[in-house]
Ligand binder design. Structure first.
Ligand SMILES: [Cu+2]
Length: 263
């Protein structure tokens, strides 16, 4: 049966409102500046535009000053479900005083990976170091990224409490990731993979969406325990073991690329 104008008009008013609500979610727009808040001398910076419509995220990142022709892992860090306030680390997070806030040193401040900004396929924490699906800077060190991602149910409203970290820097200015600059990645090593340059995993830029660095209370149901957690808790729950597994694979890819570079 065709829905004529006449029958549509005959629908009760509440039904029309429900229809409008289902299809007319309003979009929130956020601009982000991603900078080297860590003092890692990465020389890189980016801008990001986010459009969040319900649980759909469209993100566009444009950056410069990145290690050329090299992949840069990038993630939303923080928590969808934890009320703890995560934010971008500054140089005081450099616990061992080597002049670099490495990945592990940054984690207490910026939190775990909650979303991997891959170029295709899976975006869960499990893809955190899937560098074959991370954006690669061009020969001039410019990086661009654009993707629309369907988030777990309820996660769209939480994004404003998170922040983005981009990884990979060139500490000794030879336009590649190498062991000579900062040695081996202790992060990769902790996941059981040896021989990955620390340059490849150290954070290069970080930027907050809004609120994450200002102590603003997280918005909405998940954090305040009103029983609407849905699937978002699961994102954190499977993240840890999965990330370790995927990181091993990603690190192997790093090593392969590294070996190719040296050949
Ligand atoms: Cu990250």
């Amino acid at each position: 049966m065709r829905l004529t104008t006449k029958t549509a008009l005959a629908l009760p008013g509440t039904a029309l409102l429900l229809l409008a609500g289902a299809t007319g979610a309003s979009a929130d727009e956020f601009d982000m500046k991603l900078t080297d808040t860590m003092g890692n001398k990465s020389g890189s910076s980016s801008t990001a535009q986010l459009t969040v419509e319900g649980d759909s995220l469209s993100i566009k990142i444009t950056g410069q000053g990145f290690t050329p022709n090299s992949p840069h892992a990038q993630h939303f860090h923080g928590s969808f479900s934890d009320a703890k306030k995560f934010t971008c680390p500054d140089s005081s997070a450099d616990a061992d005083g080597d002049g670099q806030v490495n990945t592990e040193e940054g984690l207490p401040a910026y939190g775990d990976i909650v979303l991997s900004l891959t170029t295709s396929g899976d975006t869960s924490p499990e893809s955190g170091l899937a560098i074959d699906r991370m954006p690669t800077a061009d020969a001039a060190g410019n990086l661009s990224y654009e993707r629309t991602i369907e988030l777990p149910a309820g996660a769209g409203a939480k994004l404003k409490n998170l922040h983005v970290v981009q990884h990979g820097l060139d500490a000794n200015g030879n336009d590649k990731y190498d062991l000579e600059a900062l040695g081996e990645s202790s992060f990769a090593k902790s996941l059981g993979v040896d021989g990955i340059p620390e340059e490849a995993t150290n954070p290069a830029t970080c930027g907050t969406v809004t609120g994450a660095s200002t102590g603003e209370m997280p918005q909405g149901g998940v954090d305040t325990g009103d029983g609407t957690t849905g699937g978002t808790e699961a994102v954190g729950a499977f993240g840890l073991a999965g990330a370790a597994f995927a990181a091993a694979g990603g690190a192997l890819l790093y090593r392969r690329r590294f070996a190719t570079d040296r050949a």
